[in-house]
Design a protein around this ligand. Structure first.
Ligand SMILES: Cc1ncc(COP(=O)(O)O)c(C=O)c1O
Length: 396
């Protein structure tokens, strides 16, 4: 080959199977508008807007000075962090966990959701995914060359899957099921009874349940959101993923954990022993600080989101957009007005009102007809977003 000619190497089949990264695509046009000097209100993404609490940042600063944290941290993490996770689950959910066998630490839950397909599935196996759902479930499954079946999340069922509508054939084939409550994008919430039913279904059909509890702490109107693991027998059939990204405003820190079924945790740990040594020790110390002791500051954060929710819902109702108040997460999932697809409506809001919302179809075919708005800006900006949308005159 002549020097100076840059060879283009072909992507592997696994990479070619990956769907388009929805959030990466969303950002491009927004950046352009900002560069053109527009005042854009970005309610399109799931990146918490508030800073990490001071005591957690301080814990990181102090921990960063300790030489022990300058070395590789132990494979699978420091025992004190895993013990703190077990204590946290006992305190918050009355769930007993063995820190050595039932806790795996991760660089954020996104990677964990990816790993689980690699850990448990072979090409041709079947996974059950929510539709609409967090797009990365599909990415992990696609990379593992696994077949998937969608479980519809319909408004009339409170955005919970109706297990009685899944065919016996699909249930026989299914090896893995992804669930996520409080739910992104629909903001639907689960009950303990729903998780009890899930355990029974999983036992009957030998399905491993992966419950993504990313928004576990963010429930409104005084309702504490149940952990899947608090249902009897849940640990026999599944795991729960818990991230510090949302509850603790620590999205940039990349720290999460998986808890539950020891055979699944062991396999995740085994895979991770090959992929990584564990998280930076100082992050482990700061994360331990975050989940230990008095969690009043978390409840204060949830109050902030609840107030923002109320402002957004009231302001949108004022402009004539009939929306239901979300019960959890920091997202709102609203129907688009007649005559628009989700993408058309999101584009109109972006171009004409400079308000970014996520088009529902990016979360699956059954997201069509909805848009997702994040409660990730101040009450004032949310009010302004509603006013700008109102000026388009679509709802009266
Ligand atoms: C439902 C859900 N799961 C998982 C994640 C990933 O979170 P992280 O990788 O920051 O832990 C997100 C982030 O947006 C999410 O919305």
């Amino acid at each position: 080959m002549r020097s100076g000619v840059v060879q283009i190497f072909e992507q592997s089949d696994a990479i070619k199977r990956l769907p388009e990264q929805f959030f990466a695509k969303l950002g491009k046009r927004v950046r352009e508008l900002i560069q053109e000097g527009h005042d854009v209100i970005n309610l399109g993404q799931g990146n918490p807007d508030l800073p990490t609490a001071d005591h957690i940042v301080k814990a990181l600063q102090e921990a960063a000075e300790k030489p022990i944290n300058h070395k590789y941290s132990p494979f699978q993490g420091f025992p004190y962090f895993k013990q703190a996770v077990a204590d946290f689950y006992k305190r918050e959910y009355d769930v007993d966990l063995n820190p050595d066998e039932e806790v795996a630490l991760m660089f954020g839950s996104k990677i964990g959701l990816f790993e689980v397909s690699q850990c448990l599935l072979n090409p041709g196996d079947t996974a059950l995914l929510p539709n609409p759902g967090y797009p990365d479930y599909l990415s992990g499954v696609a990379l593992a060359n696994v077949t998937h079946e969608f479980m519809p999340l319909l408004e009339e069922n409170g955005f919970l899957p109706d297990y009685s509508k899944i065919s016996e054939d699909v249930l026989q084939k299914a090896k893995l099921m992804f669930l996520n409550y409080p739910n992104n994008p629909t903001s639907g919430v689960a009950t303990k009874a729903f998780f009890d039913d899930t355990v029974a279904l999983a036992k009957k059909h030998d399905i491993c349940v992966v419950h993504d509890f990313a928004y576990g702490a963010i429930g409104f109107d005084g309702v504490k959101q149940p952990s899947f693991l608090a249902s009897e027998g849940a640990k026999d059939v599944g795991i729960e993923m818990y991230t510090l990204s949302k509850t603790y405003n620590m999205a940039g820190w990349r720290v999460a954990f998986a808890v539950g079924n020891p055979s699944v945790i062991k396999t995740i740990n085994l895979l991770q022993d090959h992929l990584f040594t564990s998280l930076f020790g100082a992050i482990q110390e700061a994360a331990t600080e975050a989940i230990s002791g008095d969690l009043t500051y978390v409840r204060e954060l949830v109050d902030i989101y609840e107030k923002r929710r109320n402002v957004l819902v009231d302001s949108l109702r004022k402009i004539g957009w009939e929306v239901e108040a979300p019960k959890g997460t920091f997202f709102a999932w609203f129907p688009v007005p007649n005559g628009y697809t989700s993408a058309e409506f999101a584009k109109l809001l972006l171009e004409e009102a400079h308000v970014v919302v996520a088009s529902g179809d990016g979360f699956g075919t059954l997201g069509e007809g909805y848009v997702r708005l994040g409660l990730l800006d101040s009450e004032e900006r949310l009010r302004e977003a509603a006013e700008r949308i109102g000026k388009l005159g679509l709802f009266r």
